[in-house]
Design a protein around this ligand. Structure first.
Ligand code: S3P
Length: 185
């Protein structure tokens, strides 16, 4: 990992992509490198609502979750700067969220079905859309949802192939952001 800390100038970077694409992990690592703040939209919702995402889905349903997601996304985009926002897997798939996402520099962390499946089957407990599904159903859901969601993810300003070991991937993402930053100066 590159150790030098640099400020990435006035910008909001949003990381988007399917569940399990590394938005939170790489958001944290990249933010650390640039000494920037990092906010995970799901964590922000949970903190403000004092409920887990599972609880929100269970007590109020997905529709209510999407309303909260939209409200907090707008709040963050309007009030924050020099921040990396790790959005939820479904955030960019709601058309009404794009007016906010367009105000950020968005990066799609792109992974294949195979890669996502191996991560998600082991990390489903906090994800209401898959927590009660067996491996076959998770695989099916990734297939169907990737098809319907990819056109939204592909709208991002930048597409980043999110493969490789943790350190290699983090460094590649930092190099990508260095290039994005240099083009803005
Ligand atoms: C969702 C993804 C989750 C979370 C919620 C819905 C989705 O975020 O926002 O469970 O619709 O794909 P992660 O992508 O961080 O798992």
């Amino acid at each position: 990992m590159v150790t030098e800390n640099k400020y990435i100038c006035d910008m909001i970077i949003s990381l988007i992509g399917f569940m399990g694409s590394g938005k939170s992990l790489y958001g944290r690592l990249v933010a650390e490198h640039y000494a920037m703040e990092q906010i995970d939209l799901d964590d922000f919702i949970m903190k403000n609502e004092e409920k887990t995402i599972n609880e929100i889905f269970e007590s109020d349903g997905e529709k209510s979750f999407r309303k909260l997601e939209r409200r907090y996304l707008n709040e963050l985009v309007e009030t924050k700067n020099n921040v990396i926002l790790s959005l939820g897997g479904g955030t960019p798939c709601q058309e009404e969220n794009w007016s906010a996402i367009r105000k950020t520099t968005s990066i799609y962390l792109k992974r294949t079905h195979h890669f996502l499946f191996h991560i998600l089957k082991a990390k489903k407990a906090n994800r209401p859309l898959i927590k009660n599904l067996n491996d076959d159903k998770i695989s099916e859901l990734i297939n169907t949802m990737l098809v319907s969601r990819a056109p939204f993810y592909e709208r991002a300003d930048h597409v980043f192939d999110a493969y490789g070991s943790k350190i290699v991937l983090a460094n590649r993402l930092i190099r990508k952001l260095d290039v994005i930053k240099s083009k803005r100066l």
